[in-house]
Structures are given as C-alpha cells and as structure tokens.
Design a protein. Structure first.
Length: 354
C-alpha cells in the first residue's frame, strides 16, 4: 500500500496559492490608473491654458473696443466744436466784436481739452503709432484755433484788419493738415481692427467743412456783419476807376496816367473821381482815397453804386503846392467784399503846379 503514501500530483497543483498570478494583474491596474491620472492632469492643464488664453483674448478685445468707444466720444466732441466754430463764423447773429472774440478763445480752450483726452487714450500696443497721429491731428486743430484767436481781435478792428484776415485764412491750413493726419490714423486703426478680428471701425472726422475757408475773401465776408462792413451778395463784385474820369479842380483838368499835366497852385484843390461798378450787385460805402507823393491827402465815400453804374466821389486835397512843384497824385478805390480783381482800382497822375 506504499502507493497511498506517494504525493498526489493533482492535489499539489490544486492547492497552489492563488496569488502567484495576482501581481501582474495589479501592476496593470496600477499602470492604467496612472495613465488615467496623467491624462486627467493633461486635460486639466489644457483646459487651464485654454481658459487663460480665452480670458486674455477677451481682455484684449475689450481693450480694442474701449479704445474705439473712447475715440468715438472724442471725435463727437471735436465735430461739435467744428460745427459751432464755423456756424458762428458764418452767422455771428448779434454778437459784438468782444463777444465774438471771447467765443473764439473759448473754442481754443475746448480744443486744448481734446488734445489732453487724445493723449490719455488707452491704446493697445498695435495702435500706439495710430494714437501718435491722432494726438498730432488734435494738436493741429488746437494750434489753428489758437492762431485764429490771436488774430481775431485785429481782424475785427480798423488797423491791420486786412493782414489779420489774410493770416486767419492761412491759419485754416492747420485744419487741412489735421484732417489728413486723422485720415491716416483712421486707416491704421481700421487695419489693425480687421487683423485682430474686432468688429467696428474708427469714426470719420473732418474739422474743416469747406476748402473755401482758405480764401481770405470768405473770412472777410464772414466777419462783415460784426465789423459793420457790408456783406456781399452772391455774384460778381468789382469796382474800377473810369479811364479819363478823374478831374483836378480848379480848372477842370482831366488826369490821365502817363500824361503829365499843369495845374494851378492857387485855390482849394480837389479831385472828382469817377468809379464804375463793374459787378452785378449794388455796392455800398465805396471808399476813395488819395495820396500826394506818398502822403495821405484826403478821402471820400460814395454811398451806393448800382450794378453797371458810375458815381463820382468829391475828394478835397489836403495839400498846398508852390509854383513849380511837380507831384505824383495817387488815387485808389478800396475793393469791396467779394472783389477778386483789383488791378484797375488804382491810378497815378503827374501834375506840375504854376
């Protein structure tokens, strides 16, 4: 019965501990768990990156939108300033010279405030060059109004008004330059907004409404109601001295340019000066002035001259000649508002007295 004492090979296999096959399964489970944890971590990191990027993109978009919004507000005020300034210039209503000058100086102060606001715009990095152009454009508008406010008092006065008015017309060129610079800044801004896929665009802005303001005649006509000068109607305006129409008294001596004449040194001297209205509108308060050898010698005013008509100004000469004196008498009729050609408004005559 010895075979009963031998080991049972099947019994040995059946009683083998079950955990010999366990470790590989646990390793795989641990590896899977680790891979899942790593994947989850990567997902969290990606989501964080996307979230941060989205926040940055949203913040950047708000910066652009806020810039455009602030620029819209700035341009709207600049447009109001322009409209107010030129509307007042076109129609000063019942403003006195001092009141009109004060209004222009107030406009200059408002323009200075707009420069400060342009400088304080929060421009994103890509818009910094465009902001520099914006600031310069608003500075030019301020400088133009400053120059005009410095000249306006003289322009409204009696002495030096023509030179001041001409200077104001030149000062309007500041506004032309500012509009050119602003258009360049707008193009730069619109290009950047399109590249950044930001909706909207920079507003339009033109400070000078009409190119006619670069002409001193337009400025003269605008200031006429304030200064008391006659504001011309539309149409052609022009005066001229009538050839052969200037007569020296006493003696009824007709004066002709380039032809010396002889006059009497005795008696009160005067000139009868014929002026023709060569335009198509009635002209009022036509001033005729005279000089003798470059010194003022007298003036007279013709109340009105109808279109196409000739009127005569009686000008006493404040000059007492001596026998043998030869002098040059200059006669001039002051151009009326709107007159563009004044070549025939002046004449010179040579007179020898005996």
């Amino acid at each position: 019965m010895s075979f009963l004492d031998e080991d049972d090979p099947y019994a040995s296999a059946a009683t083998e501990p079950p955990d010999r096959l366990g470790p590989p399964d646990r390793d795989r489970q641990i590896l899977v768990r680790r891979l899942i944890a790593v994947a989850a971590g990567l997902l969290v990191v990606i989501l964080l990156i996307l979230g941060v990027r989205g926040c940055l993109d949203a913040r950047k978009e708000r910066e652009y939108e806020n810039f455009v919004s602030d620029l819209n507000s700035l341009v709207a005020e600049s447009q109001q300033l322009s409209e107010g300034f030129f509307a007042r210039l076109n129609d000063p209503e019942n403003l006195s010279e001092l009141e009109f000058e004060a209004e222009v100086k107030a406009d200059r102060g408002a323009a200075e405030g707009l420069v400060d606001r342009a400088q304080s715009l929060q421009a994103p990095g890509e818009l910094k060059p465009a902001q520099a152009d914006l600031v310069l454009a608003f500075e030019l508008r301020r400088d133009g109004l400053t120059a005009i406010s410095d000249e306006i008092g003289t322009a409204l006065g009696d002495e030096g008004s023509e030179e001041a008015i001409a200077a104001i017309a030149e000062d309007m060129q500041y506004f032309v330059a500012s509009d050119v610079l602003y258009r360049r800044a707008k193009d730069e801004i619109d290009t950047v907004l399109a590249e950044q896929e930001i909706r909207g665009e920079a507003p339009q802005s033109e400070f000078l409404p009409e190119i006619d303001w670069l002409d001193s005649t337009a400025v003269t006509e605008a200031l006429a109601p304030i200064t008391g000068d006659t504001k011309p109607t539309s149409g052609v305006h022009g005066l001229g001295l009538v050839v052969g129409g200037t007569v020296l008294q006493p003696g009824d001596i007709a004066l002709t340019e380039g032809t010396p004449v002889t006059g009497s040194a005795e008696g009160d001297l005067s000139l009868e000066v014929q002026v023709e209205n060569q335009g198509d509108s009635t002209e009022s308060d036509v001033l005729v002035t005279t000089q003798v050898d470059g010194s003022d010698a007298g003036e007279a005013t013709i109340d009105t001259i109808d279109a196409g008509s000739i009127e005569t100004a009686e000008v006493p000469l404040d000059f007492t000649p001596s026998s043998g004196d030869t002098v040059t008498i200059d006669v001039s009729v002051t151009p009326v508002p709107g007159e563009e050609v004044a070549d025939n408004n002046e004449a010179s005559f040579e007179v020898t007295f005996e």
